[in-house]
Design a protein around this ligand. Structure first.
Ligand SMILES: [Fe+2]
Length: 245
C-alpha cells in the first residue's frame, strides 16, 4: 500500500511553500514516512503573486531528484503546477509556461475562495474546451459552490475532476469545512485527496489521517481510489489524458 499525493508545495523558494532546501527535504521525508511513494510537486503558477518562478522551480526540483535518488529511491517524483485561474491560462498551458501534471492533459487549477460561481464554471469549461482535464484544487473551499453538489456533478460529468485537502477533511479547518468534504465524498464526487502541504507546522504533509478516516466513515475501496489509485493513474496517463473517474 502506498499513497500518491498530487498537490504539494514542497519545492523551496518558489511560492508560499517550503522556504529553504532543508524545509523541502523535511517535508518530503515526512511524506515518505507517512506512506507516500508518489508525489507531484505543484508550485503555484500565478505570475501576479510569484512572478516568473520557472527557473527556481526547475532548480529546486533537480535538487530534490538528486536527494531522492540517494535517500528515497522508491519515491516517484513528478512536476506540475497549481494554476491560479486567469483568462490567459490556456495560453500559458499551450506555450508550456505552466505545467500540467507530469506532462499529461490534467491541470491542477484553483480559484479564489470567494470567486463567483459563473467564473468557476466558465473557467472550468474553458479548460475542458481547450482539451485539458481540469482538477479543481481544494474544491471544498469555494464558497459559491457550497451546497451545489448537482452543479459539481455536472462539471464532473463533463470531464472535470475534484480534489479535496487532507486538513479540511480531518477537521483542522473547522466543522463546517469538514462537513462540506464529507458531503462531497458521500455523493461520490471527489477523485483525489491531497495534502496541499506548505510547511511542517501549520499545513503539513501526509495522507494517512485522511485515508484512515475515509476507510472508517465511508469505504475502503473509495479511500484507495482517492489517496492512491486515481492519482497514480493520471500521473501515468499518456499526454492525451487517458480518462479516470
Ligand atoms: Fe495548493
Amino acid at each position: 500500500m502506498f499513497f500518491a499525493d498530487i498537490h504539494t508545495h514542497a519545492l523551496f523558494g518558489v511560492d508560499d511553500g517550503a522556504k529553504t532546501e532543508k524545509d523541502m527535504l523535511a517535508m518530503v521525508k515526512a511524506e515518505y514516512e507517512d506512506g507516500t511513494r508518489l508525489m507531484c510537486l505543484t508550485p503555484h503558477f500565478h505570475p501576479g503573486y510569484y512572478g516568473d518562478n520557472r527557473a527556481a522551480v526547475r532548480s529546486a526540483f533537480e535538487t530534490l531528484l538528486h536527494y531522492a535518488e540517494d535517500e528515497l529511491p522508491d519515491l516517484e517524483l513528478c512536476l506540475g503546477n497549481e494554476l491560479h485561474y486567469s483568462q490567459d491560462c490556456v495560453s500559458w498551458l499551450r506555450n508550456g509556461d505552466c505545467k500540467t501534471i507530469n506532462g499529461t492533459r490534467y491541470v491542477l487549477v484553483d480559484f479564489s475562495h470567494n470567486e463567483e460561481e459563473r467564473v468557476i464554471v466558465r473557467g472550468t469549461e474553458e479548460l475542458l474546451n481547450a482539451g485539458y482535464r481540469p482538477i479543481l484544487a481544494h474544491v471544498e473551499r469555494y464558497n459559491a459552490l457550497r451546497r451545489r453538489n448537482p452543479l459539481l456533478a455536472r462539471l464532473r460529468d463533463n470531464g472535470a475532476l475534484l480534489q479535496i485537502n487532507t486538513q479540511t477533511l480531518v477537521g483542522e479547518w473547522g466543522f463546517g469545512m469538514r462537513n462540506r468534504c464529507m458531503r462531497l465524498l458521500e455523493d461520490g464526487l471527489v477523485s483525489f485527496v491531497a495534502s496541499d502541504c506548505h510547511d511542517m507546522k501549520n499545513r503539513g504533509p501526509g495522507l494517512s489521517k485522511a485515508y484512515e478516516m475515509i476507510v472508517k466513515k465511508i469505504d475502503k475501496g473509495y479511500a484507495n481510489a482517492l489517496c492512491m489509485n486515481n492519482a497514480a493513474e493520471i500521473v501515468h496517463a499518456d499526454t492525451d489524458g487517458k480518462d479516470t473517474d
